[in-house]
Design a protein around this ligand. Structure first.
Ligand code: CIR
Length: 253
């Protein structure tokens, strides 16, 4: 179970965040409202939400998931592969120091964004992407192992981050689309396939047995409900415009 989440509201220049989405510029005021609803949803799942200050120096800084990996044993501060995001780790050590005794860091030339890391119990799948390189993944595996955890790599083909296309919903169940549907690493899981037309909804999140699903993807929501989960729809349309999804907006621990 998670008890806490860290979030950072978007700054006005989130509209200039990195993107390949071609969905137009986000509406900042709407993004703020959606972020508030997102926080409320986390709270309604029983989490204490720690809200950092918006950081206008970094347009993508609302996507806190990418700058740290929080486990039951340790926190690992990443080294984002996107140069414009590398400064986002500033201050992270101090923030995480309030919650963790053990804090590790990924160092260059290792790159790692934790949107590429999927936790399954004590094992962590690490996507090799344009943002996460082999050195970054190897450093992470070393840190995990030193705390009694484990990791393995998955080579990505089409997606930005591993969790753009696959999400672990506990109970040995995954939602997956595209390149992950038949990936050998995932064949021992119960896979709920995501329709290609709803691929954005593959980035949903498990929060204490409630699944937060992005609004507007009814097939995915029904597939998840059908296997017994309670779901909550959250509208994150303005974050989708800058390639962000539900998982990227918080660090849950
Ligand atoms: C980026 O390209 O870095 C941001 N615009 C979106 C980051 C999304 N993060 C994630 O999927 N974990």
């Amino acid at each position: 179970m998670f008890t806490k989440a860290i979030v950072r509201p978007p700054a006005p220049n989130m509209i200039d965040g990195l993107t390949s989405a071609q969905l137009g510029k986000p509406d900042f005021i709407l993004a703020i409202k959606q972020h508030r609803e997102y926080v409320r949803a986390l709270e309604s799942c029983g989490l204490e939400v720690i809200c950092l200050e918006a950081d206008p120096e970094f347009p993508d800084s609302t996507f806190v998931e990418d700058v740290a990996l929080l486990t039951t044993e340790c926190a690992i501060i990443t080294h984002p592969g996107a140069p414009s995001r590398q400064g986002e780790i500033r201050g992270m050590k101090k923030i995480l120091g309030s919650y963790y005794d053990n804090i590790e860091t990924v160092q260059p030339p290792g790159n790692l964004e934790a949107g590429d890391v999927m936790m399954v119990g004590t094992h962590f799948y690490i996507g090799l992407s344009e943002r996460t390189n082999r050195q970054g993944a190897e450093q992470l595996i070393m840190h995990l192992q030193s705390h009694g955890l484990s990791g393995s790599v998955i080579e990505l083909k089409d997606v930005l981050h591993l969790k753009t296309g696959v999400a672990y919903l506990e109970h040995n169940t995954l939602v997956a689309c595209g390149e992950f549907l038949h990936h050998p690493a995932f064949q021992n899981f119960n896979i709920l396939p995501i329709d290609k037309s709803e691929s954005y909804a593959a980035n949903c999140i498990w929060v204490n047995d409630t699944i937060l699903v992005p609004s507007g993807f009814p097939k995915t929501r029904e597939a998840i409900r059908k296997v017994g989960y309670h779901t909550v729809d959250i509208d994150v349309s303005e974050f989708q415009k800058v390639d962000g999804g539900l998982s990227c907006l918080s660090l849950r621990f």
